[in-house]
Unconditional design. Structure first.
Length: 166
């Protein structure tokens, strides 16, 4: 197991944003449960707020995890190619290209959802429904840029991956 990747200022800021969204979600849901079961009433906006914050938190986390190598990887499939550097380099570039292609497809679909949702509002809180698919688009764009840079630079896939599946 490799040592943990040092966290920069941006990474700490992102982790703080995720912690704040999680804390707000937990408080909103807890308050709603107490009000419903204790007093027979609840906060209608609690569910919408929690859903919105959860979606944002997941995509912020996915974006932050990519440069740290914390997404799941099947590096055990690449281990036999360690002795064949040309094949390993080609497979690495293919992987970066597939990640980039996936980000383009996800970003395109998410953007279509943003455009479709622009004219509608959430039922209770009244925020634009485009705020739900927007983090998926932003995540796809950010990871896509990082994958493109990795593809251009020929960044090798780390075999000491933090989230390896054997």
């Amino acid at each position: 197991m490799s040592p943990p990747v040092p966290r920069g200022r941006v990474q700490r800021l992102v982790e703080a944003a995720m912690a704040v969204t999680l804390a707000v979600m937990a408080c909103a849901v807890f308050l709603n449960v107490v009000l419903r079961y204790g007093f027979g009433s609840g906060v209608a906006a609690s569910e919408e707020l929690s859903r919105l914050l959860f979606v944002w938190m997941v995509f912020i986390g996915a974006t932050a995890a990519y440069p740290l190598g914390e997404h799941m990887a099947f590096t055990s499939l690449m281990r036999p190619l360690r002795s064949k550097p040309v094949a390993l380099k080609a497979l690495t570039r293919l992987i970066h290209a597939l990640v980039l292609l996936t980000c383009v497809l996800m970003g395109w679909g998410a953007w279509q959802q943003v455009v479709v949702s622009l004219g509608s509002k959430s039922v209770v809180m009244g925020y634009s429904s485009a705020l739900l698919p927007l983090p998926a688009f932003l995540c796809a764009a950010a990871i896509g840029v990082m994958a493109l840079v990795d593809l251009i630079r020929g960044k090798p896939i780390a075999f000491d991956h933090h989230a390896e599946v054997e």
